[in-house]
Design a protein around this ligand. Structure first.
Ligand SMILES: Nc1ncnc2c1ncn2[C@@H]1O[C@H](COP(=O)(O)OP(=O)(O)O)[C@@H](O)[C@H]1O
Ligand SMILES: [Mg+2]
Length: 377
């Protein structure tokens, strides 16, 4: 996967800027608050079809402007594609793919693949389980259309089940209807659980290999899918039975709480290093290596599933990594397109890389890799 061109019109602090990205490494350099992360956000938007930074997407429109547009032109194995996203105030965003309006978001899932790594990810192990679930969902939604459908369905089902649980407190006769909702919860939940379990198994195997390479010694990194059923299941059917039984067992408690207290919305990932929970025992350095291995494994999983390596987006991450870890990341980036941002250009390798100097929402200057000389955009 290669981005050829990115045009941002009234997107965040970019009035109208076109980036021509090269194969290999593209560096967005500049002081703080100039627009580097805004650019990365626009690219990643094209993968997730939503912002990873804001809930209210109106915030993406340049202050005072009426609409914002992202136009991404990218090459896949099959040819060149164009994805256009238009944001307007108080209206749903509009998607166009190769000029045609796309009404169903699901038709766009997986079209443009990128993997993002930001300093925020370094907190993934120590933070609460919702961050880790979010990581899983973001990765799986970009890979598996059916997963996205099931996840959306599951969220609706839980909302309905919770409403019914609360009604049951007033009218216990309604409790009979819970059987149907338990079935529905277990059905969508079983698909999601199996997908998460399978994904973590392959992610764990790759991350383990990367971790040893980074650490320079054999140390076992393991990512384990944690659910409330305590054991992993061999099949979707088995998950279905486990989830449904659990819901039935918890029904009284759920009614009292007016909430579904068990299910895949409580899942977590356990990071183990040499058999010990990284959350409690790992050093800062081990956590950095673990997350680095995880993120690179995420990209590798996209490649395995899609046969095309995703674009890597590294936002301000190099300053968080020491020379050894930086070297590893550069080795892995070899041959793939990467966009990385930095405030400290001097500290990173820049020979042969395309550099965009960003200032106040504009590319003030670029340096193309072939000449190495400064040139005005
Ligand atoms: N909707 C918007 N309209 C105009 N400017 C915006 C908008 N949203 C954010 N900004 C500006 O973008 C800048 C931050 O850009 P960012 O990409 O996060 O910086 P950095 O270069 O440090 O990564 C800030 O100056 C902020 O005011
Ligand atoms: Mg930034």
């Amino acid at each position: 996967m290669r981005i050829r061109k990115l045009r941002l019109e009234n997107f965040r602090n970019f009035k109208d800027q076109t980036f021509y990205f090269e194969d290999g490494i593209n560096i967005l350099a500049g002081d703080n608050a100039q627009g580097k992360t805004n650019c990365v956000e626009a690219v990643y938007f094209c993968t997730c079809l939503k912002s990873y930074r804001v809930i209210r997407e109106e915030q993406l429109i340049l202050f005072g402007a009426e609409e914002a547009v992202i136009t991404l032109t990218f090459a896949t194995g099959g040819g060149e594609e164009e994805l256009k996203i238009i944001f307007r105030h108080e209206k749903p965003k509009e998607f166009r793919y190769n000029g045609l309006v796309v009404n169903r978001l699901r038709d766009l899932i997986g079209c443009f693949q990128s993997v993002i790594f930001t300093p925020d990810h370094l907190n993934l192990i120590k933070e609460g389980p919702n961050k880790r679930r979010n990581f899983l969902d973001m990765a799986l939604c970009a890979l598996d259309l059916h997963y996205t459908d099931q996840l959306l369905a599951y969220q609706k089902i839980i909302k309905n089940r919770n409403a019914l649980l609360r009604q049951c407190r007033e009218n216990p006769l309604l409790a009979e209807m819970l059987d149907i909702w338990d079935e529905k919860t277990a059905e969508a939940g079983a698909y999601i659980a199996k997908a998460r379990q399978d994904y973590l198994l392959s992610l764990s195997a790759i991350a383990q290999r990367f971790y040893c390479d980074i650490a320079g010694k054999e140390e076992k990194l393991k990512l384990i899918y944690l659910n409330q059923f305590t054991k992993n299941a061999a099949s979707q059917e088995e998950f279905f039975a486990l989830i449904r039984n659990r819901l039935q067992k918890m029904r009284e408690a759920d009614m009292a709480m007016g909430q579904t207290t068990s299910g895949i919305h409580k899942d977590d990932i356990l990071f183990l290093l040499a058999g010990k929970s990284m959350k409690y025992f790992a050093s800062q350095g081990q956590i950095r290596s673990g997350i680095l291995a995880l993120k690179l494994a995420e990209a590798e999983c996209v490649y395995k599933k899609r046969g095309d390596f995703p674009v890597l987006l590294l936002d301000d991450i190099l300053s968080e990594l020491d020379a050894k870890r930086q070297k590893f990341i550069f080795q892995r980036m070899e041959g793939h397109q990467t966009i990385l941002t930095t405030c400290e250009l001097g500290k990173i390798r820049k020979k042969g890389d395309q550099i965009f100097f960003i200032k106040e929402g504009r590319v003030a200057r670029t340096r193309v890799p072939s000449s190495g000389a400064g040139c005005i955009n």
